[in-house]
Design a protein around this ligand. Structure first.
Ligand code: FAD
Length: 625
């Protein structure tokens, strides 16, 4: 095969899924000549699983990507067909946006964004080899033998590496949705000494909605008011498409139990490790045997299709069993399966081989992002993609990498968990993983991250100016509420009584009045004290006042956390020689090479006693130096 050189770029991105799109847009927008490769141009930003973006903790990730100057939030707003805020009944720490997306339209939209992007070339080819020289990235080879050179390479290959699709007894080499797999790159990575793992995930069947009896289902409409994902999107008014709900029955469970021996999950045919938090229906029936039924949601996949997605019915059972299972659901007695459910096994890397910048240790200029890092989910992938893109660009600018820590962003929690703790199954983000979730809310992602996005050159000056206006309005309004004192007169006390709030005998600051749970900001209009401000400004003002106490406590915790994060660990420490460390700690610290005492304390197998030993070691090292 010829060694034709197809081109030279600053950055090459392999994969145009959710991670690859964000990575390539970031490097191109930061001024670097970038090429993005994918196996199939017609499936850019494909959604092989649930046709929705966001959800608990994932909504926060999308907002953070947007605040940094990423694309997913804007693309979701442009292609959503239903929108909801989840967990409204709980506190703002867990409010999460979730939108049903027109899957085809989203892919077309993202392809067009890539095509329009300056500094970016898009190519259809299978990358078969990673080329390195003297511990540094050099380029790639593709299936035609053509070679492309670059200074930084970002791999975002998703669920395609040695992909195999399993449906009952059938196992074929394939990517998702019947697309081509990538069967050669894994060996090239192994050849570079990179440790691979075998993971698995699954998806439910797709049904023709014409074959569903909707009179037996419960409608699940979207929220009346659509809250956009992107801080850049104005008001969104679309006619929303509802989801519907049905449930499994005793008959469904009987069919599953009687055919468990034919499930590749239980027959041992599937070797890859699957996500505990996204179980297949057979797993749910076995693990929660006392539950008589499980909810199943019928989700639309787009405006131009009759195909719907059966959320909650992920399986790899044989097709004949799938048909019986589906037709045992109320409303789906005559269901026509358009695409059977399946499980997919694929290669990914052990993410503890990565630095917090997502560059791999030992090969300069080689970055990884997305499902290839052991995560699961479009949002998790896109979050890693933008960070890998940013850090590849910063590296080429000889600047320090951008590391978001656990107190700054869900993105920081995601990457720290993967790189420091590793994962034994596809990792999905959850609010419970974020210690500082009251501060890491979806509503304030721009206040936390847009200044950073601007500083690194990804957020445009126009966007930053707009952000500064919002920030100023929030600060001015909080000051006005602190400075305005209401007199204890009849008018105010009538107002308080009207809202079931305690009367006052002396003057009260508006700020303190708003702290009262029964007083909402928009009530202030009744006493001429409301201000004509944008909704998102009022939201910030209300939350920061009503949760002031909790937020203060959280900020104290964050300060403590930061103190440990700021205790840097030089990378030349010989952990094996430190007396008093446990042997497991010596082994783990030597392989992960944490950058701080804080990161060291999160490595599994490193105990508080080990941290104490390290502290003493650092002090004596400081004294010696
Ligand atoms: C069957 C299935 C079920 C899933 N279920 C869930 C779920 O329940 N919950 C959940 O959160 N997530 C689920 N996911 C995961 C979700 O789809 C992924 O997390 C997400 O798409 C990952 O994004 P990514 O950018 O990392 O990779 P992908 O979106 O997979 O994109 C990978 C890209 O890399 C390209 N590529 C790969 N190898 C090469 C190569 N050698 N050369 C050139 N191009 C290459 C592909 O063409 C593609 O463009 C599921 C995925 C599948 C397939």
């Amino acid at each position: 095969m010829s060694d034709f050189i197809g081109g030279e770029y600053d950055v090459i991105v392999v994969g145009a899924g959710h991670a690859g799109c964000e990575a390539a847009l970031a490097t191109a927008r930061m001024g670097f000549r970038t090429a993005i490769f994918t196996l199939n141009l017609d499936n850019i930003a494909n959604m092989p699983c649930n046709p929705n973006i966001g959800g608990t903790a994932k909504g926060q990730l999308v907002r953070e990507i947007d605040a940094l100057g990423g694309q997913m939030g804007i693309a979701a707003d442009a292609n959503l067909i239903q929108s909801k805020i989840l967990n409204r009944g709980k506190g703002p720490a867990v409010y999460s946006l979730r939108a049903q997306i027109d899957r085809r339209a989203y892919s077309t939209y993202m392809k067009h964004v890539l095509e329009k992007q300056e500094n970016l070339e898009i190519k259809q080819a299978e990358v078969t080899d990673v080329l390195c020289e003297a511990g540094k990235i050099k380029g790639i080879r593709v299936h035609t033998g053509t070679v492309y050179y670059c200074q930084a390479l970002i791999l975002t290959t998703g669920t395609y590496l040695k992909g195999s699709i399993i449906i009952g007894e059938s196992k074929i080499s394939s990517g998702p949705d019947g697309l081509l797999p990538a069967n050669r790159l894994s060996d090239s990575l192994k050849g570079l000494g990179i440790e691979l793992m075998r993971f698995k995930t699954g998806t439910p069947p797709r049904i023709n909605e014409r074959s569903i009896d909707y009179s037996k289902l419960i409608e699940q409409p979207g929220d009346e008011e659509i809250i956009p994902f992107s801080f850049m999107t104005g008001e969104l008014n679309i006619e929303q498409v509802p989801c519907y709900m049905t449930h499994t029955t005793a008959e469904t469970h009987r069919i599953i139990r009687e055919n468990l021996h034919r499930s590749p999950l239980y027959s041992g045919e599937i070797k890859g490790i699957g996500p505990r938090y996204c179980p297949s229906i057979e797993d749910k029936v076995v693990r929660f045997a006392d539950k008589e039924s499980h909810q199943v949601f019928i989700e639309p996949m787009g405006l131009g299709t009759k195909e719907v997605y059966l959320q909650g019915m992920s399986t790899s059972m044989p097709e004949d069993v799938q048909i019986k299972m589906v037709r045992s659901l109320p409303g789906l007695e005559n269901a026509q399966i358009m695409r059977p459910a399946y499980a997919i096994e694929y290669d990914c890397i052990n993410p503890t081989q990565l630095k917090l910048s997502l560059e791999i240790k030992g090969i300069e200029g080689l970055f990884f992002a997305g499902q290839i890092n052991g995560s699961s989910g479009y949002e998790e992938a896109a979050a890693q993609g933008i960070m890998a893109g940013i850090n590849a660009a910063l590296k080429l600018q000889n600047r320090e990498p951008l590391i978001l820590d656990r107190s700054q962003a869900y993105i920081g929690v995601l990457i720290d968990d993967l790189v420091t703790k590793g994962t034994r199954e596809p990792y999905r983000m959850m609010t419970s993983r974020a210690e500082y979730r009251l501060y890491l809310r979806q509503d304030n992602a721009d206040l936390r991250l847009t200044p950073i996005g601007y500083e690194i050159g990804l957020v445009s000056p126009e966007r930053y100016k707009r952000f500064l206006v919002k920030k100023r309005l929030i600060e001015e309004e909080i000051k006005r509420l602190q400075d305005t004192i209401l007199p204890a007169n009849d008018r105010i006390n009538d107002f308080l009584e009207r809202h079931g709030s305690t009367r006052i005998v002396t003057g009260i600051k508006l700020y303190d009045l708003l702290k009262r749970p029964e007083i909402e900001y928009h009530y202030l209009n009744e006493i001429g004290q409301g201000a004509d401000l944008p909704k998102e400004v009022i939201e910030q003002v209300s939350i920061s006042i009503k949760y002031e106490g909790y937020l203060k406590r959280q900020m104290n915790q964050i300060e403590q956390f930061k103190r440990m994060e700021e205790r840097h660990l030089p990378d030349d420490i010989d952990y094996a020689s430190i007396h008093g460390l446990s042997s497991e700690a010596k082994q783990k610290l030597s392989s992960i090479k944490p950058v701080s005492l804080g990161q060291a304390s999160r490595i599994s197998g490193v105990s508080p006693a080990d941290i104490a030993v390290l502290l003493v070691y650092l002090e004596s090292r400081k004294r010696k130096s």
